[in-house]
Design a protein around this ligand. Structure first.
Ligand code: GSH
Length: 210
């Protein structure tokens, strides 16, 4: 299989952190990572649109030559193919909790961070929009507050004692925030401590560049 990705871009980074965690825990998933340069517009070439008509990353090319789009779909497909060790929990309730936290990290942190960055200083040249940036700056603290309250119980990882896809999505979002100079307020101290801890992991170091 091949994963089309670009460093720092948060949606591919989620999948790459997931792959790094699985590999570190012993899963053997044969995936070659292929870079598609977003600032240079390579995602809009006919070659990439043949993989993904929306011109986005990540894309997973399967061994039969077909493509899977959408970061979470890719992760869930891989998790079903390679269930051990679990990155979405084991019991139905554990799996629901991990998914809940992952969705909150994605829709409540990654999405607003992305909108703020693309509305202020878009690395792919989107036009600035102060109104959009302001709207998402107001929304961002809601999910940060929720995650801060979860992490305040001293848990090691976002969903508890083991790394999960919620850590991958949250860290992908926070790396993009650092890239785009979106500052996470120091009131979110447990979240910032989790971030510092998570970035010390060998898995994180193998993927993150900032
Ligand atoms: N919902 C999609 C979002 C994909 C997405 O927006 N990817 C960004 C990179 S993080 C992209 O390729 N942007 C390029 C563009 O819009 O031109 C997913 O989760 O995979």
């Amino acid at each position: 299989m091949k994963l089309y990705m670009f460093q720092v871009a948060p949606n591919p980074t989620k999948v790459r952190l997931y792959l790094a965690e699985k590999a570190a825990a012993g899963a053997v998933i044969d995936i070659q990572q292929v870079s598609v340069n977003l600032p240079k517009g390579e995602q809009r070439t006919p070659e990439h649109r043949a993989r993904n008509p929306f011109g986005r990353l990540p894309v997973l090319e399967l061994n039969d030559g077909s493509y899977l789009l959408e970061s979470l779909t890719i992760i869930e497909y891989l998790e079903e193919c390679y269930p051990e060790p679990p990155m979405i929990g084991r019991s139905p309730l554990e799996r629901a909790r991990v998914r809940e936290l992952e969705r909150i990290a994605d829709l409540g942190v990654l999405l607003p961070v992305g909108r703020i960055i693309h509305a202020t200083n878009s690395p792919i040249g989107l036009p600035p929009s102060p109104e959009v940036a302001e709207h998402f700056r107001k929304i961002l603290p809601e999910a940060l507050r929720y995650l801060e309250a979860q992490l305040a119980d001293g848990r090691e990882f976002v969903a508890g004692t083991h790394p999960s896809i919620a850590d991958c999505t949250l860290e992908a979002a926070l790396q993009f925030a650092r890239f785009g100079k979106v500052v996470i307020d120091s009131q979110f101290q447990h979240l910032l401590q989790w971030d510092a801890r998570y970035r010390e992991r060998t898995t994180a170091k193998s993927v993150l560049v900032m």
